[in-house]
Design a protein around this ligand. Structure first.
Ligand SMILES: [Fe+2]
Length: 368
């Protein structure tokens, strides 16, 4: 089915060929080989769009899917570098009145993009390290002081991240002996029948007070109800504009969750209806852009994902604009703490990261 969205990668691909491959002083057979490699990236995306599973092709082996996704990533990185090259070229001709060394400039772009892609895909596909955060929560009961809250988000299980990745993440999380585990969305890119086996290790997650989650936007691109049933069967408690209260003796702590706005039913106010008075609230909201509103509702700590930390420079700036200025790390909003995770992984169509490592987050809460 034709989707206008697909024109964008096709145009980027064309730009790469015209601005990078054509000026190279290579033989035509080598140029044609490079063109075919560049075309393979958007070709995978076109094929994905035409399959019923949408964002994934279950019949591809993981390695082939990874190579095609790496080529797509290469195409994007090369395009960013080519824009810079072409701007330099315009100024070169205007002010130096000299012939621009197009071959060497295109070769430099090709080499830098290739090295960046290899390194970036390695960074994007490795099992992330644990990043520890100490968080002061006003009004936190003494009995919750030292509470260990582990968070994974944006695991995006699909053609690249499969069962071994999920097993490793689960092992890392359980090794933290968390009291609470939070998963604020974007579990999967694919249908239940194709990806249930890959996500199954999530049923081994262990935490004293349980595993809580909300939907991300990607949950709505497939069989939402099938996935909710499957993941709930794995022992994950979804908070759909609702909250849970965890108790330690007489002390309480609220864990709340907002539905992703893709549901057209994002409602944090409803999630916080009837929360006990003077009890701190930890809110999962997949997308961080509602943080200013959430801060007015008395939330102590909001945790989000969705942005993947921008993944690479330039895309970082675009991601920040699209997400209300929140892209990665800690923000203080009128007394509410917001943490935007760079994600435990990212969408498998663009599996690369530069200067933006993925993470498994561990929050240790302290009374303030
Ligand atoms: Fe997302």
């Amino acid at each position: 089915m034709f989707n206008p969205f697909m024109l964008v990668p096709c145009l980027i691909c064309l730009y790469d060929i015209l601005s990078m491959i054509f000026p190279l002083r290579f033989s035509w057979p080598l140029k044609i080989l490079l063109i075919l490699l560049i075309i393979s990236g958007p070709a995978k995306m076109l094929l994905m769009r035409m399959t019923p599973s949408g964002f994934t092709i279950p019949e591809l082996t993981r390695n082939i899917a990874l190579i095609l996704s790496a080529m797509f990533s290469f195409m994007i990185v090369a395009a960013i570098l080519l824009i810079m090259k072409d701007i330099v070229q315009v100024f070169w001709r205007l002010f130096l009145h000299a012939k621009f060394p197009a071959h060497f400039a295109s070769l430099a772009v090709l080499i830098i993009a290739a090295i960046s892609t290899v390194y970036g895909v390695y960074q994007g596909t490795r099992v992330p390290e644990v990043v520890a955060h100490d968080v002061k929560i006003p009004g936190l009961a003494k009995s919750f002081d030292g509470l260990r809250v582990a968070m994974i988000v944006d695991i995006h299980v699909g053609s690249v991240n499969r069962r071994p990745f999920v097993e490793s993440v689960v092992e890392s999380v359980n090794a933290l002996s968390p009291d609470v585990i939070l998963i604020p969305g974007d579990f999967v890119d694919g249908r239940v029948k194709d990806r249930k086996y890959d996500l199954e290790p999530l049923k081994d997650l262990r935490a004293k007070f349980g595993v809580f989650a909300v939907t991300g936007n990607h949950e709505y691109y497939y069989d939402l109800h099938g996935w909710l049933e499957t993941l709930t069967g794995f022992g994950i408690k979804f908070l759909h504009n609702e909250h849970a209260v965890i108790s330690s003796g007489d002390s309480k702590l609220v864990i709340a969750g907002s539905l992703d706005p893709t549901s057209r039913n994002h409602d944090t106010e409803r999630a916080l209806e009837n929360v006990p008075a003077n009890v701190p609230v930890i809110l999962m909201d997949h997308q961080p852009k509602f943080a200013n509103n959430n801060a007015k509702l008395g939330v102590s700590l909001q945790v989000s994902g969705h942005t993947h930390g921008g993944q690479i420079p330039v895309v970082y700036q675009i991601t920040r604009k699209l997400n209300g200025g929140f892209v990665r790390g800690w923000y203080d909003i009128d007394g509410m703490k917001l943490y935007v995770s760079p994600g435990t992984s990212q969408w498998d169509g663009f599996p690369m990261r530069l200067f933006d490592p993925s993470e498994i987050s561990l929050f240790t809460l302290h009374a303030e």
